[in-house]
Design a protein around this ligand. Structure first.
Ligand SMILES: [Zn+2]
Length: 446
């Protein structure tokens, strides 16, 4: 893993074949971003901004796309994404989870994620990791932390120890999390893949969610809810959550085995009435597109192209193809029903096979599901910044914003797959090392 280049953060000029501002300024052909310290001081055509600057002082990317650093609105930095179940992963002590975090964050930064919203880790691990970055022990993305997710005694991620049963306990837990440094509150509104959970049922009622929301808002914090069940989405809307994670619209019924890390999970049944409510209430959806086995599906497809799959592999591939077809279908319906301004694409990196450093998978799926490449980029930059409450700071390439920048080879507006081909990453004006592509291949034993 390479070190940050250590270049001093003074005035720098970064020029690319196109600058995608992800703002009202659109895309600037042959554009330049001027960075002063940690901030962007100017953005515009090269002809206007670097005419007087010696060529040697300009960092030029002649066949590249420069865009805002990515914002992953949903990840779990303490989890290794190495295909163990939650029950296996939680055997790791907190100390190991902290070390896993260091690796995960460097991978995510290298793929262009300059801001990461963590949606739940055990005990105080995520707060400690952020403190280590602040002290300069390693370079990582800007972290927005929930600390422990709020959940009931047997709820999803109960092992993070953010257990709260009853309204008073929920309020007390939210207050404690904020006191410890939580930027937002994550609450588990339905079951998940934690053993014993039932993902297609709500796990808290609207009154319980409302207690969390009111307490969090009273302390100036945004809220987001894990909602795989359709009923949990309804409860979250009733309670006034700011954001809904996953949005799988699961209903009880025939339980479908999707294979891989996805637990048998009821049926995904899109409901446009919920989308109307999301729009009316301006509630963001953080669609964790790649979560649930996409890394495995990519591998199985690659293997299938060259050799015969075993029977088990073939069964698993079929199940995963069905799962992603369904997810693509739901995303497409959300888009058709006008959700684009509130639809964020996030990774859910950490659990099962969902590896850090592959933020581009979700954007590729979003394009497959009907977004233009520019819209997919906005879903992981400017819109994600708004959903996470940091739009004043980052998410677009505009003067005054932090210089969080990603440069990819080629034209990402023509082909979203270019997002995987990183040329450079800057976090708050600091150019960080880029990993060679092979470093992102899975390295842990299966
Ligand atoms: Zn998650």
């Amino acid at each position: 893993m390479s070190e940050p280049s250590g270049e001093s953060a003074t005035m720098r000029y970064i020029r690319a074949a196109r600058v995608v501002t992800a703002s009202a300024r659109g895309t600037i052909p042959d554009g330049v971003v001027v960075v002063d310290g940690s901030r962007i001081s100017a953005v515009g055509p090269a002809a206007d901004l670097v005419g007087h600057v010696p060529a040697s002082a300009v960092e030029s990317f002649p066949d590249a796309t420069l865009l805002p650093g990515l914002i992953d609105a949903h990840a779990h930095l303490t989890l290794a994404g190495d295909r163990r179940t939650y029950e296996q992963m939680i055997l790791d002590p907190d100390e190991m989870m902290a070390l896993v975090s260091v690796r995960n964050l460097q991978r995510h930064l290298a793929c262009g994620v300059t801001t990461l919203r963590d949606n739940g880790g055990r005990n105080r691990v995520t707060f400690i990791v952020r403190e280590a970055i602040k002290r300069g022990y390693f370079v990582g993305p800007r972290l927005l932390l929930s600390g422990r997710p709020v959940t009931h005694r047997y709820g999803h991620f109960y092992w993070c120890n953010g257990v709260a049963d009853g309204l008073e306990a929920i309020r007390a837990t939210v207050r404690q999390l904020v006191a410890e440094g939580a930027d937002h509150i994550k609450i588990m509104a339905s079951g998940g893949a934690t053993a014993g959970n039932i993902p297609y049922y709500a796990s808290y009622g609207a009154d319980e969610l409302r207690a969390a929301v009111e307490t969090a808002h009273g302390l100036g914090r945004l809220t987001t809810a894990h909602c795989r069940a359709k009923q949990s989405m309804i409860n979250a809307l009733d309670a006034g959550l700011d954001c809904i994670e996953h949005a799988e619209f699961l209903v009880p019924g025939q339980v479908v085995a999707y294979g891989g890390g996805v637990s048998p999970s009821g049926i995904m049944e899109y409901d446009e009435r919920l989308t109307e409510r999301l729009l009316r209430q301006s509630t963001f959806v953080s669609y964790t597109f790649q979560a649930g086995g996409y890394d495995t599906l990519v591998e199985l497809r690659a293997k299938h192209a060259h050799e015969r799959l075993t029977r088990d592999e073939a069964t698993r591939k079929d199940a995963l193809e069905r799962y992603y077809d369904t997810k693509v279908g739901i995303f497409n319906r959300l888009l058709e029903d006008g959700m684009r301004p509130l639809l964020v694409v996030s990774s859910d990196a950490g659990p099962f096979d969902c590896e850090f450093g592959r933020m581009h998978y979700g954007m590729e799926l979003a394009v497959l599901a009907g977004m233009s490449p520019l819209q997919a980029i906005e879903a992981a930059t400017s819109l994600a910044a708004r959903a996470c409450g940091v739009a004043e700071l980052t998410g677009t390439v505009e003067p005054g914003k932090e210089a969080d920048l990603l440069v990819v080879h080629g034209n990402a507006l023509d082909d979203i797959r270019r997002m995987a081909d990183v040329a450079a990453v800057y976090k708050a004006g600091l150019k960080v090392g880029v990993l060679p592509p092979n470093a992102l291949l899975p390295s842990l034993a299966r």
